[in-house]
Design a protein around this ligand. Structure first.
Ligand SMILES: *[C@@H]1O[C@H](CO)[C@@H](O)[C@H](O)[C@H]1NC(C)=O
Length: 287
């Protein structure tokens, strides 16, 4: 029995420490006034995560370790319950259709606010965005910590758009009284122009629409349509950790099923919030 060669020892150590140092922690926090059930989907060919779905009570935080070079999507399900007769778990928004708490490889059924990640991609950089291309269901922010680079910064949509969503895109609660999600124009109308498909399947031919522009005005850092890359893709070097926060700012925390008092409801839905708020200390003017 020979000892390990020095080279092999070095290689093994580098391997261990390499993955140790490069793996990230995603810390989920729920600042909403209601429970959120995060869903996690790993991209094809990436290492699976320790969880693909769990409950996050209001005020709760939970760290999830994420392997280096992971890519995938994260979203928040709302208004979930287990059917007492069938035992089936379903959510009114962003359900993954698994019938269970864990999504187990299933993605979000739109409309859903999505956070998308490619860790350790081209040039060793992380790429991430928050997307409203598949619609919107709740406010969500992604904030890197410990990363490097000019646009290694917070992104997301901290605004509650469910009330302000145009009627033709609005998804209503069971009792029909409350907006619980907001469809993309692509989903609502199936038009190639909105979906950036067919003849409109390139950045040159697919332009922002009145609908995507409403999303963009409310949430300037989030993807509002398929070719919105320039202002919506963020990059970090040095493998940061990420905080993923649902309802980051005050005023977006009410329960989606609990109707607001009339006067305030009118005031809030009268106009879209024109400024995205990046921190909880910076509440959005109109909201
Ligand atoms: C961030 O940097 C990348 C790479 O330089 C660039 O493509 C992207 O447009 C930048 N994103 C923002 C939001 O400025």
């Amino acid at each position: 029995m020979s000892r390990l060669s020095p080279m092999l020892t070095l290689w093994l150590l580098a391997g261990c420490f390499g993955s140790e140092v490069l793996s990230a922690t995603f810390t989920f926090s729920n600042n909403c006034g209601y429970t959120v059930w995060p869903g996690l989907l790993s991209g094809a060919g990436t290492a699976p995560l320790s969880t693909t779905g769990f409950a996050l009570q209001k005020g709760e935080s939970r760290p999830v370790p994420v392997p280096s070079a992971w890519s995938g999507r994260i979203w928040g399900r709302t208004l979930c319950s287990t059917d007492s007769a069938t035992g089936k778990f379903t959510c009114a928004t962003a359900d993954c259709g698994s019938g269970k708490l864990e999504c187990s490889g299933a993605g979000a059924i739109p409309p859903a606010t999505l956070a998308e990640f490619t860790l350790n991609g081209a040039g060793g950089q992380d790429f991430y965005d928050v997307s409203l291309v598949d619609g919107y269901n709740l406010p969500m922010m992604v904030v890197p910590s410990g990363g490097t680079g000019k646009n290694c910064s917070a992104t997301g949509c901290s605004v509650d758009l469910n009330g302000a969503c145009p009627t033709e895109l609005k998804v209503l609660s069971m009792d029909g009284k409350q907006g619980v999600a907001c469809k993309s124009a692509c989903e609502a109308f199936g038009d190639a122009r909105y979906c950036c498909s067919g003849a409109y399947g390139s950045p040159d031919t697919c332009k922002p629409s009145q609908y995507s522009q409403m999303f963009k005005n409310a949430c300037p850092r989030a993807y509002s349509y398929a070719y919105d890359d320039k202002t919506s893709t963020f990059t970090c070097g040095s493998s940061p950790d990420y905080a993923i926060t649902f309802c980051p700012s005050p005023g977006t925390r009410r329960h989606p099923q609990r109707p607001m008092r009339r006067r305030r409801a009118h005031k809030r839905t009268a106009e879209w919030c024109t400024r995205d708020c990046l921190t909880a200390e910076e509440p959005c003017g109109a909201m």
